[in-house]
Design a protein around this ligand. Structure first.
Ligand SMILES: CC(C)(COP(=O)(O)OP(=O)(O)OC[C@H]1O[C@@H](n2cnc3c(N)ncnc32)[C@H](O)[C@@H]1OP(=O)(O)O)[C@@H](O)C(=O)NCCC(=O)NCCS
Length: 165
């Protein structure tokens, strides 16, 4: 695969990012179809969409960023990350932490180290802003990313349990 460059997204990346977020969502719909709803076919353009607007805010804010992985001029991966402080709570330890909201590598570019590079860059970005740990929520299913995160040193600290009634 052509070499990967990791860089912060710019406003001009929004159309390509929207396409990747769409793919990312549909991947999870296939994994947990009883939880997530399909967006259907992607639109011709995202320019008037809420997502397009939201990406502009995330890219420009001080406490968030989107890092992209680029190969031969094509965006092949993204990491959306925030730095957040836990609300003060007398019963819980409070951390300044990185919050990884989304991590996605385009189908066809997976298992070539792009996810690892994006995750490392997101961790560095959060650490540079004082974060002492990184957090990520994931859906658990056969093709899901849990094994990837574990290989990257992550562990589960809390589980969301359900039982049909
Ligand atoms: C999860 C994801 C980001 C990983 O990116 P990637 O570029 O494929 O990962 P890498 O190539 O850097 O893999 C690093 C290691 O994790 C392993 N790995 C990758 N995906 C894995 C998975 N889903 N399950 C178990 N192990 C996985 C790789 O084999 C590699 O192991 P190795 O070092 O022993 O060779 C990517 O597969 C993806 O976008 N998946 C769909 C969306 C998703 O699940 N995102 C995370 C949601 S929070």
């Amino acid at each position: 695969m052509t070499a990967i460059t990791i860089r912060p997204a710019t406003l001009d990346d929004r159309e390509a990012l929207c396409t990747l977020y769409h793919e990312f969502h549909e991947f999870h719909v296939r994994g947990v179809p009883d939880r997530l709803l399909s967006l259907g076919r992607p639109p011709e353009t995202y320019e008037d969409s809420d997502l397009y607007e939201a990406l502009g805010r995330i890219i420009e804010a001080e406490d968030s960023t989107i890092l992209v992985g680029e190969s031969a001029g094509q965006i092949v991966g993204l990491a959306e990350v925030y730095v957040r402080h836990d609300e003060p709570n007398p019963l819980r330890a409070s951390y300044l932490h990185g919050d990884l909201q989304s991590l996605a590598v385009k189908e066809g570019f997976r298992r070539h180290g792009v996810g690892t590079e994006l995750l490392s860059a997101a961790q560095e970005w959060a650490k540079a802003r004082g974060a002492t740990e990184m957090r990520a929520d994931t859906w658990e299913f056969e093709e899901g990313p849990l094994g990837f995160y574990e290989k990257c040193g992550y562990r589960t600290v809390r589980r969301n349990l359900i039982r049909g009634l």
